[in-house]
Design a protein around this ligand. Structure first.
Ligand SMILES: *[C@@H]1O[C@H](CO)[C@@H](O)[C@H](O)[C@H]1NC(C)=O
Ligand SMILES: *[C@@H]1O[C@H](CO)[C@@H](O)[C@H](O)[C@H]1NC(C)=O
Ligand SMILES: *[C@@H]1O[C@H](CO)[C@@H](O)[C@H](O)[C@H]1NC(C)=O
Ligand SMILES: *[C@@H]1O[C@H](CO)[C@@H](O)[C@H](O)[C@H]1NC(C)=O
Ligand SMILES: *[C@@H]1O[C@H](CO)[C@@H](O)[C@H](O)[C@H]1NC(C)=O
Ligand SMILES: *[C@@H]1O[C@H](CO)[C@@H](O)[C@H](O)[C@H]1NC(C)=O
Ligand SMILES: *[C@@H]1O[C@H](CO)[C@@H](O)[C@H](O)[C@H]1NC(C)=O
Ligand SMILES: *[C@@H]1O[C@H](CO)[C@@H](O)[C@H](O)[C@H]1NC(C)=O
Ligand SMILES: *[C@@H]1O[C@H](CO)[C@@H](O)[C@H](O)[C@H]1NC(C)=O
Length: 306
C-alpha cells in the first residue's frame, strides 16, 4: 500500500537532490571575452607593463624592442584545497596574433601562465623570460621558491641557454618554474604574416593531464592542429590560489603580440583525485551516500505519510 509507483519517483527525486547537494561539480569561474574594450571600465582584466587595449584585443607588446606586457584576470583561481586535498579542473581557450610584420628575425613569444599571486615584474627587463621572469630572476633559487609559475609558452625564439634545439626555432612548451621547458614541440607558425592562432589549454585534475591543443599552418597555408601534454600534479608546483593570464615580451628584436579572445572556465576544487586507492574510497563513499539518502528519504516519506 505504502510503496506505490509514484512514491518511487519521489524517492529517486529526493536521492538526486541529496546527491547534488552533497557532491556539487560547480563552476568556480567562467568568462568569455571577444571584445576586451569592455574590460576597461570594470577592470576585470589587469594590464601591466606595456600592455594596452587595441581595438577589441589586448596588445601585450607593440612591435618594438625591450617591451613586456601581461594581462591577468582580476580574481584569483582557487586551484586546490589543502584540507580536502581536492584540485580544480580548468579550460582556457584563446586566440592571438604574433606578427613580425615581414621581418625575418623576431622575438620572443607569449605565455599562458598560472602563478603565485602578485607575481613580480620581470626586472631588469629582457626578452628571454617572455614577460614572466628576467634572466636575473631565473638564476635566483630564492626568487623562484617564493614566486612559482606553470606556463604554456608559444616561443618564437630559440634561446641557446635553455631552449632545446628543435627542428624549427618556434616551439610550444610547458614550463614548470623554469624557462627550460619540461616538454616542448616545434610550432608550425608563420610569424612574418598577420595570422591568428587558437589554443585550448585544459587541466583535468582527475588524470592530472595538462593538455594543449593549438593551431599552426602547413606549407600550403592550411590550418593544422598540434598537441602537447604533460601529466603533472599542480599541487606540488603552485599555491592553493593562483593568479592567471598571459605574458609576452620582446628583446633585442621584436614582434607584435595581441590577445584577441579569451574564454575560461574552472570548477571548484571538488573533483576527487583518481588513484586506485581513492577510487575504491569513492565507491565506498557513493554507497554510503546512497544508503544514507535512502534512509533519509524513507524517513521523510514515512513522516509525510504519518
Ligand atoms: C563566447 O562568445 C562567443 C561570441 O559571443 C560565442 O560564439 C562562443 O560560443 C562563446 N563561448 C563560450 C564557451 O561560451
Ligand atoms: C564588464 O563589463 C562588460 C560590459 O561593459 C560586461 O559585458 C561584463 O559582463 C562585465 N563583467 C563583469 C565581471 O562585471
Ligand atoms: C614600455 O614600458 C617602458 C617602461 O614603462 C617604457 O620606457 C617604454 O617606453 C614602453 N614602450 C612603449 C612602446 O610604450
Ligand atoms: C631549469 O631546468 C634546467 C634544465 O632541466 C636545469 O638545468 C636547471 O637547473 C633548472 N633550473 C632550476 C632553477 O631548477
Ligand atoms: C591582422 O588580422 C586581424 C584579424 O584578422 C585584423 O583585425 C587586423 O586588422 C590585421 N592587421 C593588419 C595590420 O592587417
Ligand atoms: C592527455 O590528454 C591528451 C589530449 O586529450 C591526450 O592526447 C594524452 O594522451 C593524455 N595523456 C595521458 C597520459 O593520458
Ligand atoms: C599564404 O597566405 C598568405 C596570406 O596570408 C599569402 O600571402 C601567401 O601567398 C599564401 N601562401 C600560399 C602558398 O598559398
Ligand atoms: C599531489 O601532490 C600533493 C603534494 O605533494 C600530494 O599530497 C598528493 O598526494 C599528490 N597527489 C597525487 C594523486 O599524487
Ligand atoms: C574550449 O574549447 C573546447 C573545444 O572547442 C570546448 O569544448 C570548451 O567548451 C571551451 N571552453 C571554454 C570555456 O571556452
Amino acid at each position: 500500500m505504502v510503496f506505490q509507483a509514484p512514491n518511487l519517483h519521489i524517492i529517486y527525486l529526493l536521492i538526486s537532490i541529496f546527491l547534488l547537494l552533497i557532491n556539487p561539480c560547480s563552476t568556480q569561474i567562467f568568462f568569455n571575452y571577444t571584445d576586451f574594450s569592455q574590460t576597461i571600465k570594470n577592470k576585470t582584466i589587469i594590464r601591466t607593463g606595456n600592455a594596452t587595449i587595441s581595438g577589441s584585443g589586448i596588445q601585450l607588446t607593440p612591435d618594438e624592442v625591450d617591451n613586456w606586457g601581461r594581462a591577468t584576470y582580476s580574481k584569483q583561481m582557487h586551484l586546490w584545497d589543502e584540507k580536502s586535498e581536492k584540485v580544480a579542473s580548468f579550460t582556457s581557450n584563446f586566440s592571438f596574433i604574433i606578427n613580425s610584420q615581414g621581418k625575418d628575425r623576431y622575438s620572443d613569444g607569449i605565455t599562458f601562465f598560472l602563478s603565485t599571486p602578485n607575481f613580480p615584474a620581470p626586472r631588469p627587463t629582457d626578452g628571454a623570460g617572455l614577460g614572466l621572469v628576467s634572466r636575473d630572476q631565473m638564476g635566483q633559487p630564492i626568487f623562484l621558491a617564493a614566486n612559482k609559475f606553470v606556463a604554456v609558452e608559444f616561443d618564437t625564439f630559440q634561446n641557446v641557454e635553455f631552449d632545446l634545439p628543435n627542428s624549427v626555432s618556434e616551439h610550444v612548451g610547458i614550463n614548470i618554474n623554469n624557462m627550460s621547458s619540461q616538454v616542448s614541440t616545434p610550432w608550425y607558425c608563420t610569424i612574418k604574416e598577420n595570422k591568428t592562432y587558437s589554443a585550448s589549454i585544459n587541466y583535468d585534475s582527475s588524470t592530472q593531464n595538462l593538455s594543449v591543443t593549438f593551431t599552426g599552418f602547413s606549407h600550403d597555408n592550411t590550418t593544422i592542429q598540434q598537441h602537447l601534454s604533460l601529466v603533472i600534479n599542480l599541487t606540488d608546483h603552485l599555491p592553493e590560489s593562483v593568479e592567471f593570464g598571459f605574458s609576452a615580451s620582446t628583446g633585442l628584436i621584436s614582434e607584435l603580440h595581441i590577445l584577441s579572445t579569451w574564454s575560461f572556465e574552472s570548477t571548484a576544487p571538488s573533483t576527487i583525485q583518481q588513484s586506485l586507492a581513492t577510487s575504491v574510497e569513492k565507491n565506498k563513499e557513493t554507497k554510503l551516500v546512497v544508503g544514507l539518502s535512502l534512509g533519509a528519504c524513507i524517513l521523510i516519506i514515512g513522516l509525510v505519510l504519518v
